[in-house]
Design a protein around this ligand. Structure first.
Ligand code: ASP
Length: 327
């Protein structure tokens, strides 16, 4: 018998209609037992409070991470039920925070509440629960819409269809067959542990994310970089990591980099890569910005959150990106 813990944090999967719209509810547990496949048993844990994941704070991450670290040694794996809005941020964060897992940590949620006709809650739970039968999975993964995705590099890509998540730079790790088996399973593409050291999470770290757009955004970003006391900056630049050669922007990035505050340059394109391709991007590269390669927003924010809390410098940040095949 495989024994797992289920940690329910809220999200649409268990929501009910309230006076102002869908809201978290504790009633999901009763639906779970009949879905458990043969050979799998589960103990249910509810986060306090249950949240709509768009209300996620670093304090939630800290509480959940502590609970996950307590539960994992007692079970063969853990299923995290999470709202979809910030699910990919949490998936990335947990993958970096638990770098040497020896069992699966599967994350799922749903675009529609459990019980919605033709909804995705029940199928997503089936997919997530079936994941624990896969031999050799020792990573954080996202189970959604009949597929399994690596956590690092995952993104929410739709609010409108059941295909809510993707890893734009990587194929899914597997697809669930209707009769319960799996096809195209590629767990061997997941890297082995980089380090056994488990980083800490500090709720006081200030990571900001800025997106370049034509117009006034550049001046606003430069102003913010000069005045807001960030501990890490994600800069979503254009295309291959290019930016206007704006003196105030470049000067602000240079000043932060000189102080050891990481400015991680990533592409704002869903399947983009910040790389030394264009001359236009050179001034930004010379300013001290760290190339984030294929990191997406969720990966970059999660990585810098832990980097700031654990004093990782640009070498350690890029080592993790390289480890996850993003550089
Ligand atoms: N707002 C919801 C949440 O993130 C969306 C969902 O779960 O699908 O909690």
């Amino acid at each position: 018998m495989t024994r797992i813990a289920i940690l329910y944090t809220g999200g649409t999967i268990g929501m009910v209609q309230g006076a102002h719209g869908l809201e978290p509810s504790a009633g999901l547990e009763q639906h779970l037992q009949p879905l458990l496949p043969e050979g799998l048993s589960a103990d249910w844990y509810s986060a306090e409070p249950l949240i709509d994941s768009s209300a996620l704070t670093l304090a939630d991450w800290q509480r959940w991470l502590a609970e996950i670290r307590t539960l994992l040694p007692r079970y063969d794996g853990l299923l995290l039920l999470h709202g979809t809005d910030t699910l990919a941020y949490s998936a990335n964060l947990l993958a970096f925070a638990l770098p040497a897992l020896d069992k699966p940590l599967v994350i799922t949620g749903a675009q529609w509440p459990f019980g919605t006709p033709d909804g995705d809650a029940e199928p997503n739970l089936h997919t997530a629960l079936a994941t624990f039968a896969l031999p050799g999975l020792r990573h954080v993964v996202v189970a959604f819409n009949g597929a399994l995705y690596r956590a690092v590099g995952s993104s929410k890509v739709s609010t409108e269809t059941a295909a809510g998540f993707d890893t734009p730079h990587f194929p899914p790790l597997g697809r669930r067959l209707p009769e319960n088996g799996w096809q195209d399973v590629q767990l061997n593409t997941l890297p082995a542990a980089l380090t056994a050291a488990e980083p800490q999470l500090d709720t006081a770290v200030r990571i900001v994310c800025h997106t370049l757009t034509p117009g006034a955004n550049c001046a606003m970003i430069a102003h913010s970089l000069q005045h807001f006391p960030a501990d890490g900056v994600v800069l979503e630049s254009y295309g291959h990591g290019n930016a206007p050669a704006d003196p105030a922007l470049l000067q602000a990035i240079g000043a932060l980099s000189a102080r050891g505050v990481p400015v991680l340059n990533i592409s704002q394109v869903a399947q983009g890569c910040a790389a030394a391709v264009y001359a236009q991007g050179d001034a930004l590269r010379q300013s001290g910005a760290i190339s984030g390669g294929k990191a997406n927003r969720e990966t970059a924010v999660a990585l810098l959150t832990l980097a700031a809390a654990n004093g990782w410098d640009s070498t350690e940040i890029q080592a993790r990106l390289r480890h996850w095949q993003l550089l």
